[in-house]
Write a protein that binds this ligand. Structure first.
Ligand code: EPU
Length: 424
């Protein structure tokens, strides 16, 4: 298993390129099931999760190709869908490696009238049920049965309905929005997720011929259409990767231009970085961050977009770990997303957790150590800690990192970090 080895203490400077957004790419790839023909996606990130979604599509009988060569070609993939050939089934072996595989459920039942998709189990960060996805699809008229660990959904033709989500869910909103695109009549999604990735999916679906309005707000209206066409679409930049790189600059007292990035997608993160003493400005299609000598403590509560994203909680916690003062971090989205704390404490941080709250007492220095990544964002956080720590940090289980960051170590090395990957 690969490890990442960081020797801390280098100030990061220069420009770094942000890849396409993982959490936009995954629903977009799943949406190809909604239309026959060849779909072309650009700015697709090279990530283990993207490969898994392409595998899911291939297993169902689609042709997926690309992401090879250099330049544009390396970031472009095509998905060929021939309706007659599609087997509407996503097996346990794939869904268990990536929960987001469940995003094929909505498109399959809408287009093929049936779907058999393995139920995703819990994962390291929480139980993560899919009851709201199922509630939405049922409201659209799908008959749903849970048998042998699989969700079986059937419907002759979905029909529009009003769905009020009890809980704001990103992939739940996406799943039901994709299904509603082909339903008969109007669907209204209330208490919908407002994340930029939901908006991006709606933009893509509208290019395909869907009639969706309100995405990006908590009320989405979808007028169902008879059919959709494949399109050519470039995926927006990853706001969480961008945010992680901004923290890399902040924690090394660096000066880094992170681009491309959409500043409005990062408002809550930028605000917290400024409170911590960073100077941040929109520049060159991205964001430039100058880190303070010593960061200041600031409190953080994770909430749904446009609030502070849970996917940036671990990274900001590392910055707070070396800040002057005490910060309180509240995690409101996932019940178990503090697993990085024990590892950070092994590096000399002073963090205690009580339920959903972490109290971070800033320390003057962290020291390098052997640490273990427990999930995707936790692995990024440990690498950030390693950039600041004295001596050598070795992060194991970096397969978590590779699910959602494209060659993070190379990007950081390009900014002057002393970091490498050890294979095997
Ligand atoms: N929830 C339910 N019922 C549901 C769905 C969700 O109770 O039917 C709960 C979850 O257990 C959680 C909360 O609602 O407590 C929010 O979960 P949500 O459904 O929004 O999460 P998700 O759609 O499974 C996406 C991202 C995550 C990100 C969350 C929150 C993708 C593929 N994944 O997950 O990304 O943390 O939204 O913003 O879009 C990551 O990239 O590291 C990652 C985990």
């Amino acid at each position: 298993m690969d490890r990442i080895i960081v020797t801390g203490g280098k100030r990061l400077t220069g420009k770094v390129e942000v890849s396409g957004a993982k959490n936009a790419a995954l629903p977009i790839l799943a949406s190809s099931l909604l239309a026959d023909g060849e779909h072309t996606y650009r700015n697709v990130p090279h990530l283990a999760d993207v490969s898994t979604m392409l595998k899911v599509l291939r297993t169902m009988g689609c042709d997926a190709a690309g992401l090879e060569g250099t330049g544009q070609a390396a970031r472009t993939c095509t998905v060929g869908v021939a309706g007659g050939k599609v087997v509407p089934e996503a097996p346990y072996d794939l869904v268990r490696t990536m929960r987001a595989s469940v995003l094929v459920l909505g498109p399959l039942v809408a287009r093929y009238g049936r779907a058999r998709v393995s139920m995703p189990g819990g994962c390291a960060i929480g139980a993560r049920p899919i009851d709201q996805h199922l509630k939405g699809l049922k409201a659209l008229g799908a008959e749903i049965h849970l048998t042998e660990g699989y969700v079986e959904a059937r419907a002759k033709r979905l029909r529009g309905a009003t769905v009020v989500f009890d809980k704001i869910t990103v992939t739940g909103t996406e799943n039901v929005m994709m299904a509603a695109a082909l339903a008969r009549g109007r669907t209204v999604l209330e208490n919908a997720a407002r994340e930029p990735e939901v908006e991006e999916l709606a933009r893509l679906l509208n290019k395909m011929g869907a009639r969706i309005s309100g995405a990006g707000t908590n009320l989405i209206t979808i007028e169902g259409v008879e059919g959709l066409q494949p399109v050519d679409h470039a995926i927006l930049p990853d706001r969480i990767e961008a945010g992680t790189l901004l923290v890399a600059s902040a924690i090394t007292s660096g000066d880094v231009l992170v681009a491309p990035a959409v500043p409005e997608h990062l408002d809550a993160v930028i605000q917290k970085l400024r409170e911590a003493g960073c100077v941040i400005a929109a520049e060159g299609g991205g964001l430039r961050c100058k880190g303070p000598k010593v960061p200041r403590a600031t409190n953080i509560t994770t909430t749904e977009h446009p609030g502070f994203p849970t996917d940036m909680q671990a990274q900001l916690m590392v910055l707070m770990a070396v800040a002057e003062g005490t910060s309180v971090i509240r995690e409101h989205i996932f019940e178990n997303r503090f697993m990085h704390v024990a590892e950070l404490d092994r590096m000399g941080a002073d963090i205690t957790v009580d339920g959903h709250t972490a109290v971070v007492r800033g320390v003057k220095r962290l020291s390098g150590a052997q640490v273990m990544a427990s999930d995707l964002r936790a692995s990024a956080a440990l690498i950030l800690a390693g950039l600041r720590a004295e001596g050598r940090t070795e992060v194991s289980r970096v397969y978590h990192l590779d699910r959602g960051y494209e060659r993070l170590e190379r990007k950081l090395r390009g900014l002057g970090a002393e970091i490498r990957r050890a294979r095997g």
